[in-house]
Design a protein around this ligand. Structure first.
Ligand SMILES: Cc1cc2nc3c(=O)[nH]c(=O)nc-3n(C[C@H](O)[C@H](O)[C@H](O)COP(=O)(O)OP(=O)(O)OC[C@H]3O[C@@H](n4cnc5c(N)ncnc54)[C@H](O)[C@@H]3O)c2cc1C
Length: 445
């Protein structure tokens, strides 16, 4: 390991800290960059960028390593890890939060909850706020309040020429627009500011049904969706809990189809809206009025890194044949660990004034499925099952949500032509030599 007052901490191949530094959330990804820098302030960030340019290297920003898969080979690339760029401040009166690039959702949600506020976080407390926000960010309150990227009010970043720039609606607005959906292709974000929303209590929790009820539950759930208000978000999840000691007895090693619920409303409203699902008789039901912190871990996402493969799609509806196929492919003895179907639409389908490059998302449901790969010999069977899951929803596919795409992909497919060309123009202006590698790459035009 080398430390210089100029670059900050840098870890290189052969250093004792190398394997720990290059590890990510997905244990199947074997990252081999040229080096990993951990700058602790804006100046060190600028020095790392200058060093990379002098040495003909590109720079990949990384925070928690929750989505490194799309980067592919890191030959000729230096990872700039943002974990030393800490700092959190909450202005409850203005309902504004400012965090450094190291911050994860778990660094702000408990305090916000105590203040009667909720952020537009997603399913995992462990995900980085900046990476989540630059890719869009869809969570429990997205149907009501939209994507997190469009709740962002200012972004500070160091650009390819080493300038520290503060962007917002009035300062360098094109860059501000591009960052909100265009990902880490335009510079190293050092701090981000965003709005949060009043929420003292929500009706939230999960209904657990036996796996054998999967098709009944999915049919009932998808039939309800068109009539549900934007205040209500439900996610239907087929989940095979692994036999991990840290899981509660009631779920460890067991399989369920679960409907997870977040309602900005009362228990009486929730019970009325969800009556057809209650009637199916869940085996366990944790729905209750609770403060917003109850959403932080509602999805029971894993916090420890694991080896896995995934697939995803935005779809307009869950057809009867897709329900049949998903029930079979993810049924008893499946290699598939999870199939999650999140109800979207609502505010996600409306272009808000002043929105960023990721202004809307098509479709009414986002499907995300993952399989833990216990050893590499299991990978072909896992891949075949994930392909079958993707094929089951393919007739209703209307696009892809970039934050959920974990393989190298042509990023132009995430945007319409006008937005893509505009992103490339911003890239040409701020990073003409293509120094920065966001995980989904936007090239200069
Ligand atoms: C368990 C889990 C749960 C998730 N839940 C949700 C969810 O509910 N909703 C949702 O929308 N997404 C969700 N995601 C997807 C997540 O939002 C993306 O993986 C996101 O990119 C993670 O950001 P990160 O910084 O944690 O990861 P990293 O892999 O560290 O970063 C991902 C990308 O973000 C960009 N980036 C990160 N930091 C910076 C920076 N400082 N400057 C410039 N660019 C930067 C880069 O392009 C980088 O390649 C989830 C992912 C996982 C693994």
């Amino acid at each position: 390991m080398q430390t210089s007052t100029n670059l900050g901490r840098v870890v290189r191949p052969g250093d004792d800290a190398w394997d720990a530094a290059r590890g990510t959330f997905n244990l199947l990804i074997d990252q081999s960059p040229e080096a990993i820098a951990f700058p602790a302030d804006d100046r060190e960030v600028a020095a790392v960028i200058a060093y990379a340019r002098e040495h003909g290297l590109r720079v990949a920003p990384q925070a928690t390593g929750h989505n490194p898969g799309p980067l592919g080979s890191l030959a000729g690339t230096l990872i700039l890890n943002t974990s030393a760029l800490t700092g959190v401040s909450i202005d409850a009166g203005a309902r504004r939060v400012r965090v450094g690039a190291a911050a994860k959702w778990e660094d702000v949600t408990p305090q916000l909850s105590e203040l009667g506020l909720a952020a537009l976080h997603g399913s995992s407390p462990d995900v980085g706020i900046v990476g989540y926000s630059l890719g869009g960010g869809i969570g429990w309150l997205a149907r009501k309040h939209g994507m997190q990227c469009n709740a962002v009010t200012a972004i500070e970043l160091v650009t390819a020429d080493g300038r520290l720039v503060r962007t917002d609606a009035n300062n360098e607005p094109e860059l501000f627009w591009a960052l909100r959906g265009g990902g880490g292709n335009f510079g190293i974000v050092t701090a981000i500011e965003f709005s949060v929303f009043p929420a003292r209590e929500l009706y939230a929790g999960a209904m657990f049904f036996p796996l054998e009820r999967t098709s009944d539950v999915l049919r009932t759930w998808s039939g309800l969706l068109p009539a549900l208000p934007e205040e209500l978000t439900t996610w239907a999840t087929i989940l095979h809990f692994p036999p991990l000691p840290e899981l509660p007895d009631a779920v460890r090693g067991q399989s369920f189809v679960i409907v997870m619920v977040a309602l900005l409303g009362t228990e009486a409203e929730g019970r009325e809206l969800l009556r057809p699902l209650h009637r199916l008789g869940p085996a366990m039901d944790t729905l209750a009025m609770q403060p917003p912190i109850g959403l932080a871990d509602l999805a029971m996402d894993p916090v420890n890194p694991l080896p896995y493969l995934s697939t995803t799609a935005l779809i307009d509806e869950l057809s009867p044949s897709a329900i049949e196929d998903l029930t079979r492919i993810a049924g008893v003895g499946s290699t598939v660990t999870m199939v999650q179907l999140r109800h979207i639409g609502g505010a996600l389908a409306r272009h808000q004034p002043g929105a960023g490059a990721r202004a809307t998302l098509p479709g009414n449901i986002v499907m995300f499925s993952l399989s833990v790969v216990p050893d590499l010999s299991a990978a072909p069977a896992v891949e075949a099952d994930l392909d079958a899951i993707a094929a089951a929803v393919a007739p209703n596919r209307v696009g892809n949500y970039p934050n959920f795409v974990e393989q190298p992909t042509d990023a132009s497919l995430f945007f319409n032509t006008e937005t893509w060309n505009r992103l490339r123009r911003v890239k040409s202006e701020y990073d003409p030599q293509d120094v920065f590698r966001g995980n989904h790459h936007v090239p200069a035009s």
